[in-house]
Design a protein around this ligand. Structure first.
Ligand SMILES: Cc1ncc(COP(=O)(O)O)c(C=O)c1O
Length: 376
């Protein structure tokens, strides 16, 4: 059990808190599902790239799916050995740095990018777009032909001899298995036709933010038989599934304001520390640690920033928390810290790992002076 009050008092807020045992539990769920496959998990570092968390992943034999140089260096700091480079805007200087430092796999996003990888020993996967609707939020849906990612599946023949396998990632926070079945069967037809050694099926497993999540038992029953048709090495790129439910955001109540028939609970962090509610209309459960009374009222949990979209949770029927007490925002481990910003001159939060009965500060709170260190 994590003692949130204790951590808040010791490290201050806003504070991201991670549960190391939960991370391992979730890795083991994935390993158990794929135990009869020849596979490798490449954790999608965009979800959260704190090197101390990555050390737990490397201990469990995970590789990393990276997009930019910061994530590459974080993977190295986290002792991750196998790195796969994904992205639709790769830069030649990064390519040289990554190759010099042990890059193994690349996912090529376009026909135009293919020649960038001629004469290299890197394993080359081509990202294909299967034109499948992932039935998720439009901003995190990536597998329709109108999206910027990959090449049309039915046009990839022209580069078939230049690659070692295919990649697809149809979106994130997917809770319905049918888009996976449709997309994988389309792509496996091609990998088998050209006898490719590798197939990377991306990530996207939806977690339980507000009652629905990807049903892993259904995935086993319906999706695994499709994947069994592929006889090479399978790569999987989960991010959110591993780190989302393993992380919490602790915020302090700085004001409670009554207006227009409801309460605004003003917290010491908002869209600067967790942008998902305003960016994706995402829901995060909010746990109140100390309330005025048991009476329930409609509350908007808002941040201190100068934006109407500065919301952590809207129209929640809940007890009113006491000023100075803490609230816990759940399922905040993925796309929380990694999408945080300095908007309104706010320093980024600290991060703490609770693992094997110990707590450890794994990132100090940013200092105000840090905001100006590159100003000339
Ligand atoms: C190429 C790719 N792989 C993997 C992921 C991880 O997705 P998720 O965190 O939903 O598992 C993403 C997320 O955007 C992605 O773009």
């Amino acid at each position: 059990m994590i003692d949130f009050n204790l951590l808040g008092n010791e490290y201050g807020t806003p504070l991201y808190i991670y549960d190391g045992e939960e991370i391992e539990k979730r890795i083991n769920i994935i390993k158990n599902i794929f135990k009869n496959f020849d596979y490798k998990i490449f954790y999608a570092m965009k979800a959260n790239s704190n090197p101390e968390l990555l050390k737990i992943l490397s201990k469990n034999d995970l590789g990393a799916d990276i997009v930019g140089p910061g994530e590459f260096i974080a993977a190295k700091k986290g002792n991750i050995e196998e790195i796969l480079w994904n992205g639709n805007g790769k830069i030649t200087d990064d390519k040289k740095f990554f190759i010099d430092n042990g890059l193994k796999y690349v996912v090529i996003d376009s026909f135009e990018e293919i020649e960038m990888w001629d004469n290299t020993d890197i394993v080359k996967l081509l990202r294909v777009n299967p034109n499948v609707d992932a039935k998720t939020h439009p901003h995190i849906s990536t597998g329709l032909k109108t999206h910027k990612f990959g090449v049309p599946l039915d046009e990839m023949d022209k580069v078939k001899d230049k690659i070692d396998g295919l990649h697809l990632h149809i979106g994130s926070q997917i809770t319905d298995v049918s888009p996976y079945m449709e997309a994988f069967s389309k792509v496996i037809n091609i990998t088998n036709k050209y006898k490719y050694e590798y197939l990377d099926i991306g990530g996207g497993w939806g977690i339980n933010y507000n009652g629905t999540e990807l049903n892993v038992e259904e995935y086993k029953i319906k999706v695994l038989p499709v994947l069994e048709q592929f006889r090479g090495k399978l790569f999987i790129e989960p991010g959110r599934f591993i780190i989302g439910p393993s992380g919490f955001l602790l915020l302090k109540v700085i004001q409670v304001k009554k207006a227009s028939g409801k309460y605004f609970v003003v917290l010491d962090g908002g869209m600067n520390v967790l942008i998902r509610p305003v960016l994706y209309s995402a829901h995060h459960d909010i746990k109140i640690l100390d309330s005025r009374s048991d009476e329930k009222c409609t509350c908007d949990f808002v941040g201190p920033l100068c934006e109407t979209g500065d919301i952590i949770g809207k129209n929640r029927l809940t007890e009113i928390p006491k000023i100075g007490s803490y609230v816990v925002v759940e399922n905040a481990g993925a796309y929380g810290y990694s999408m945080s910003s300095n908007y309104n001159g706010m320093p980024k939060p600290a991060e703490v790992l609770v693992y094997k009965g110990e707590k450890k500060l794994i990132r100090k709170r940013e200092k105000i002076e840090d905001l100006f260190k590159d100003c000339i």
